[in-house]
Design a protein around this ligand. Structure first.
Ligand code: NAI
Ligand code: MG
Length: 352
C-alpha cells in the first residue's frame, strides 16, 4: 500500500484539506462536515479555496496555498468546481492528478434506493488515472489545403503503471473483503497498448491466487455484460479511457451520478469528491443532495483505516433514505439539504 493510506496513530487528529468549491459545493460540504462531526470522525479541516472562489481571490482556480495544504495533509475532501469557460485555465482535476500522481480513480457503485432498474448492485471500478489515451499525445496531419485532414492520438501504458493500478485493485479487494477482480482490456486488437496492462495484471493476479479470484473481459463484452448481469462482477480494474466509460455505465446501474462518490488515490495524496458537478441550476437554494459527497467521505474514512466509522456512515444514509424516507428532491423527496443532514445526524446519535 502507499504511504498515503497508512492508518492514523491511535486517537490523534487527522489533518485534511477541505475545499468547499463552487455552486452547491459549500452547501453539501457543510452537510458533510456536520455529519462527520456527529460521527466523531477525527479530521482536522484546513479550509482552502478552489474553483471560482480561487479565481476571485487570486486569479487561479487552484491556488498555491491549496496545493501547499494538500502537500502537507496528503488528504483532501473537495466539493465540485465549476470549470471556467474560456480564460485558458487548465482543468483543476488534471492539475491535481499530475501534481500528486493520483494514479488510481476509485468509483464504487452501490444500490441506495431499491426498486430501480437493477437492485442489489455493489460494484467497485478501479480506473488507471494517469496513462492510456489520456496522455493526449495528439497531432494532425495536413493533406492538401486541409490542415486537420488526419487526427492522430498515441496512448501510453507502462508496465510499471499497469502493475501499480492492478496491485492497488487487489489490495483494495483484500482490504474490503471482496472476492474477485476482473481485468478489463482490449488486448485482442490493441496488443501493445492494452496487452502491457493485461500481461502485468495476470502476473499480479498470481500473487493473490487462493485469496482473490481473477478473471478477464474484453471491454466491449464487459459493457454488455454489465447491463445483462452486473451481479457477476465485483471489483473491475481497467485502463484510463475504458475506466472513464465503464464508471459512468456503473453509475447508471444505480440511478445516475446523484449518489456516485469518487476517490483519486496517489503516492503523495488522496483526494475524495462527488462525481457530479457544481449544479449551478440549483445552487443557493438549499435543496442539493449531499449523498455523493457523504459517500466520498466514507471512502476517505476507509482510506485512513476508519472502516468502522465508514460503515456507520453508510448504514445511517441507508436508514435515512429507506426507513425514515427522508430524501432530497432529486430522489423524489421533499427534504432540504440540512433536513437530510440532520436526519443522518439523528440516526448516528440514536445508534440504531
Ligand atoms: P452537474 O453534475 O453539476 O449537474 C447535472 C444535473 O444534475 C443538474 O440538473 C444538477 O442540478 C443535478 N445535480 C448534480 N448534483 C446534484 C446534487 N448533489 N443534488 C441534486 N441535483 C444534482 O453537471 P453540469 O451541469 O454539466 O456541470 C456544472 C459545472 O460543474 C460545470 O462547470 C462543470 O465543469 C463542473 N463539473 C465539475 C466536476 C468536479 O469538480 N468534479 C465534475 C463535473 C462537472
Ligand atoms: Mg468521465
Amino acid at each position: 500500500m502507499t504511504a498515503a493510506s497508512a492508518p492514523p496513530p491511535g486517537g490523534n487528529k487527522i489533518p485534511a484539506t477541505l475545499i468547499p468549491g463552487d455552486g452547491i459545493g459549500p452547501e453539501i460540504v457543510d452537510a458533510v462536515v456536520l455529519v462527520l462531526a456527529a460521527l466523531g470522525a477525527p479530521f482536522e479541516w484546513d479550509l482552502q479555496q478552489g474553483g471560482m472562489a480561487g479565481i476571485a481571490a487570486g486569479g487561479d482556480p487552484l491556488p498555491d496555498a491549496t496545493l501547499a495544504s494538500i502537500r502537507r495533509t496528503r488528504l483532501a475532501l473537495k466539493g465540485p468546481l465549476t470549470t471556467p469557460v474560456g480564460g485558458g485555465f487548465r482543468s483543476v482535476n488534471v492539475r491535481l492528478r499530475e501534481e500528486f500522481q493520483l494514479f488510481a480513480n476509485l468509483r464504487p457503485a452501490k444500490t441506495l434506493v431499491p426498486g430501480g432498474r437493477f437492485d442489489n448492485i455493489d460494484l467497485i471500478l478501479v480506473r488507471e488515472n494517469l496513462e492510456g489515451l489520456y496522455v493526449a499525445f495528439e497531432h494532425y496531419i495536413p493533406i492538401g489545403d486541409d490542415p486537420q485532414a488526419v487526427g492522430i492520438s498515441s496512448g501510453v501504458n507502462t508496465r510499471a503503471g499497469s502493475r501499480r493500478i492492478v496491485r492497488y485493485a487487489f489490495e483494495h479487494a483484500v482490504k474490503l473483503g471482496r472476492r474477485k477482480v476482473t481485468l478489463v482490456h482490449k488486448a485482442n486488437v490493441l496488443k501493445a497498448l492494452t496487452g502491457v496492462f493485461l500481461e502485468a495484471g495476470r502476473l499480479i493476479a498470481e500473487e493473490y491466487k487462493g485469496r482473490i479470484e481473477c478473471d478477464e473481459r474484453i471491454v466491449d463484452a464487459c459493457a454488455m455484460q454489465l447491463v445483462l448481469n452486473p451481479w457477476q462482477f465485483d471489483v473491475i480494474v481497467t485502463t484510463n479511457l475504458f475506466g472513464d466509460i465503464l464508471s459512468d455505465e456503473i453509475a447508471g446501474l444505480v440511478g445516475g451520478l446523484g449518489a456516485a462518490p469518487g476517490a483519486n488515490i496517489g503516492e503523495k495524496a488522496a483526494i475524495f469528491e462527488a462525481v457530479h458537478g457544481s449544479a449551478p441550476d440549483i445552487a443557493g437554494r438549499g435543496i442539493a443532495n449531499p449523498t455523493a459527497l457523504l459517500l466520498a467521505a466514507g471512502l476517505m474514512l476507509d482510506h485512513v483505516g476508519l472502516t468502522g466509522q465508514a460503515h456507520h456512515l453508510r448504514k445511517a444514509i441507508d436508514d435515512v433514505l429507506n426507513r425514515d424516507n427522508v430524501r432530497t428532491g432529486d430522489l423524489g423527496g421533499k427534504a432540504s439539504t440540512s433536513d437530510y443532514a440532520r436526519a443522518i445526524v439523528q440516526r448516528l446519535s440514536s445508534g440504531v
